[in-house]
Design a protein around this ligand. Structure first.
Ligand SMILES: Cc1cc2nc3c(=O)[nH]c(=O)nc-3n(C[C@H](O)[C@H](O)[C@H](O)COP(=O)(O)OP(=O)(O)OC[C@H]3O[C@@H](n4cnc5c(N)ncnc54)[C@H](O)[C@@H]3O)c2cc1C
Length: 574
């Protein structure tokens, strides 16, 4: 099966088709949950559409800790079922659904108390490993092991000797969260779903009490369209309450936002062969290997300000630095911080009696005929959430629809990935690229790597790395626009690549080159190129400045000073 493209022509066609006839289901929100719902519905044979107000994964789903995990800390809360479910999903994603995108990652748990702590932590990780044995699949990651302090120091020489007495190492998994969502949506489109980014739902169509579709605005052209559907699924995360207001009434699900921020530092600043998990007063803090970098996070504070651009304050950054420095022999300073990002957890609050509680973590509700709401949960269990939401859709459709099959549907790029990985040296030879470069491509595109190499074949200058962000090829920027639904410079530098958090210049040094590469596939004029660079630069500067502010209020006010990208007025080209 050929993987669908999500280029400009496909977006226009998707909008046309969604406006032309009544769909079985339209999904509002292109985060991991909405994307999962679209794939679940499409693979059950339902005529499915999805609209996302901004870029795919531009909400919480590009701003997480990027872990596919059961959550060791939930074991302490005796939430075994929740951990088991998430670990089963981890096995599935690692081994069947997305082996090209989801990878095992080791964590060291340094202990600070002699005697009681080792048996306590040891029992926890042993249980964690056991719960990870999903039916029919192996765990997909190595088992835990106990380490003396000196063996732990050999693995993580950066640790301060006096900060711990011994350690346990265990394994979890990680993913590029934004890339995963885009790949889910390409997979959904491959199975026939119509997918449109930068299309915001501004109202609902009603027949009496029944919801019969949505009114949406194409944010690129300003045009409004009506999308009729037998069922609408709201998967808007922290925007759930706003959507409920559009429907009218108080709604059954209430979601509040809790902010979590992360820092990105270069790999050489922390000398370690393993990730770290550290206890904090309230929760845990992760130091996660991320290519040539470490991701350090996270925080947990209530957020009531702008949901589209949550801002990290100086206090948030200092909190993370203080906690990680407590265990490092060479402390990090603010000068070591390359990137900072903030995200909002969609936490359920005050759901009413009628709400159908399908797990402790997420809820699905059918507040009025024609509308299904899904909220809460976490990234790792998106597939279970999607299945539950589509089961509710089917309930409202009044027709026979097959059960969910997404546990057996590999994402695009998964099929043939292992064989290509094994042939990576041959591929390097035939393409003329270094094997390290081919590995990078395989871990981002899986068996679709050939499509990126075709772009290079068509124009060898695109086989060069970007100046100032040489982890990425120029071809990847072009491919992001032609195949991966990127519409703006920010989409490419922040989510298709992670240049805006992986470089000290935060993308500014490559903005002009990247914008010029996007101009062809997106049909931009010189004026639009200039505007894209200008808006991106303003965004980066506002973020930097907000991170110098002491409070959330000040940080938010400054971040809001940089507007969203203005709509493109130039005609689109395929
Ligand atoms: C700091 C942090 C760390 C985390 N770490 C992890 C982790 O390591 N592992 C894990 O499993 N989970 C983690 N999570 C949780 C996980 O990231 C979230 O549960 C998940 O990403 C939520 O996805 P979502 O699709 O519900 O929401 P979102 O990703 O926010 O998607 C909702 C989408 O709806 C769109 N939208 C809103 N209004 C409209 C409208 N009117 N029309 C059209 N579209 C609209 C938004 O633009 C947005 O893209 C973390 C969360 C945070 C905040």
């Amino acid at each position: 099966m050929c993987a669908a493209r999500l280029g400009p022509a496909e977006r226009s066609a998707a909008l046309e088709r969604m406006a032309a006839r009544e769909l079985d289901v339209v999904v509002v929100g292109g985060g991991v949950v909405g994307a999962g719902v679209a794939l679940d519905a499409a693979t059950r044979g339902l005529d499915t559409g999805l609209v996302e107000a901004r870029d795919f994964a531009s909400g919480t789903s590009s701003r997480s800790s990027k872990l596919i995990h059961g959550g060791l800390r939930y074991l302490e809360q005796l939430n075994f079922e929740l951990v088991r479910e998430a670990l089963q999903e981890r096995s599935l994603l690692l081994q069947r659904i997305a082996p090209h995108l989801v990878r095992p990652v080791p964590f060291l748990f340094p202990m600070t108390h002699r005697f009681w702590e080792r048996p306590y932590v040891g029992a926890g990780v042993a249980l964690y490993d056991t719960l990870g044995l999903a039916t029919g699949l192996t765990r997909g990651v190595p088992g835990h092991r106990h380490l003396s302090r000196s063996r732990a120091l050999r693995l993580a020489p950066a640790l301060k000797k006096s900060a711990f007495t011994g350690a346990v190492q265990y394994w979890d998994a990680q993913v590029d969260d934004a890339r995963y969502v885009m790949t889910l949506l390409r997979t959904a489109a491959t199975y026939g779903a119509h997918v449109a980014p930068r299309t915001q739902v501004v109202g609902f169509l009603r027949e009496g009490e029944r919801v019969t579709g949505v009114r949406a605005r194409d944010l690129e052209s300003g045009a409004e369209l009506e999308i009729r559907a037998r069922q609408v699924v709201n998967a808007t995360g922290v925007w759930t309450d706003d959507i409920q207001e559009l429907v009218g009434g108080r709604g059954q699900i209430h979601v509040r936002a809790s902010k979590g921020i992360h820092l990105v530092v270069p790999r050489d600043r922390i000398h370690s062969l393993t990730g770290l998990i550290l206890r904090t007063e309230k929760s845990v803090l992760f130091v996660i290997p991320w290519g040539r970098h470490w991701i350090i996070g996270t925080t947990d504070t209530r957020w009531t300000l702008d949901k589209s651009h949550p801002a990290a304050s100086r206090a948030d950054i200092d909190y993370l630095l203080d906690h990680v420095n407590a265990v490092l022999s060479v402390p990090l300073t603010r000068d070591d911080v390359e990137g900072v990002y903030a995200g909002l957890r969609p936490l359920l609050s005050g759901e009413s009696e009628e709400t159908s509680k399908l797990s402790r973590e997420h809820v699905v509700a059918h507040p009025v005929p024609g509308l299904v709401m899904i909220a809460g949960g976490k990234y790792t269990t998106y597939r279970v959430m999607a299945r539950d939401a589509v089961d509710a859709v089917v309930h409202g459709l009044d027709q026979r629809v097959p059960p969910s099959c997404t546990d057996r549907v590999p994402l695009v790029g998964a099929e043939g990935y292992q064989a290509l990985w094994n042939s990576r040296h041959r591929l390097a030879h035939s393409s003329g690229l270094h094997v390290a470069r081919i590995e990078h491509l395989l871990q981002r595109y899986g068996s679709l790597t050939g499509e990126v190499l075709e772009v290079v074949e068509g124009d060898p200058s695109l086989g060069r790395p970007l100046t100032g962000a040489d982890d990425y090829l120029r071809a990847e920027i072009v491919y992001a626009a032609t195949h991966e639904g990127a519409r703006h410079l920010n989409d490419v530098l922040t989510r298709r690549t992670r240049i805006s958090i992986e470089t000290f210049h935060r993308g500014q040094a490559v903005a002009q080159e990247a914008a010029e590469l996007l101009a062809g596939p997106l049909g931009w004029t010189g004026e639009q190129v200039k505007r894209e660079v200008e808006y991106f630069t303003k965004r980066v500067e506002a973020e930097r400045c907000s991170q110098e502010q002491d409070s959330d209020q000040e940080a938010d006010a400054i971040r809001l000073g940089a507007p969203e990208i203005v709509p493109v007025v130039a005609p689109e080209r395929a």
